[in-house]
Write a protein of this length. Structure first.
Length: 199
């Protein structure tokens, strides 16, 4: 009889039920607040909160910007099986002050890794400051690093680390592009503020 039939949940319901805890876990792993995630994705804090609590049904229009913000495939948000490919897709980005940056990490975690190609930016330092801490390692070429009162030249195999709240700037030291590895926190990707040159 129809009255005795037990209605089974839709096959995809179990998958959708796992999206909320997965979103909470991803945000916690990245160390992001709802406000920061809202600013990145354009999704309101209340909608994000409801998504993470399971009160809002996930949709493609919500999951796509979240996948982009977390830098993970959409499959990761909905729990598709692992494909076993750990490779990072290297997509070069033009840097605002010249040069090229290639992201070496997929996540928005506390540390970001980049391989950078720095051109000759001239002899006059254009000092900048921003929140964070940076580590640089020279792979090839010679890097001129101006850091507060220091004016240094680093060669292949040399590294430097510094608080990016100190006025800093770097360029090629010999006119040829220099290749470096850069590690810094997510705050280092926020807006740069020009530091006034010392008298």
């Amino acid at each position: 009889m129809d009255s005795d039939r037990v209605e089974k949940p839709a096959p995809h319901q179990a998958v959708l039920d796992e999206v909320a805890p997965r979103l909470r876990r991803l945000r916690a792993q990245r160390g992001l607040t709802l406000a920061a995630l809202s600013e990145t994705t354009g999704i309101s804090k209340s909608t994000l909160s409801r998504l993470e609590s399971g009160q809002r049904r996930p949709s493609l229009e919500l999951l796509l910007p979240l996948a982009s913000a977390y830098r993970v495939p959409l499959d990761d948000l909905v729990g598709a099986p692992e494909v076993g490919d750990p490779r990072v897709r290297l997509t070069p980005r033009a840097m605002p002050n010249g040069g090229t940056a290639v992201p070496l990490t997929r996540s928005m975690g506390p540390l970001q890794a980049f391989k950078m190609l720095i051109p000759d930016r001239g002899a006059e330092p254009d000092l900048r400051t921003h929140e964070g801490y940076e580590w640089l390692y020279v792979l090839d070429g010679r890097l001129r690093l101006v850091l507060a009162d220091h004016d240094l030249v680093l060669g292949p195999g040399e590294a430097a680390e510094f608080d990016t709240r100190l006025p800093h700037w770097f360029t090629s030291a010999d006119g040829r592009p220099v290749e470096i590895l850069s590690l810094f926190g997510r705050q280092g990707e926020r807006m740069h503020v020009r530091a006034k040159p010392r008298a």
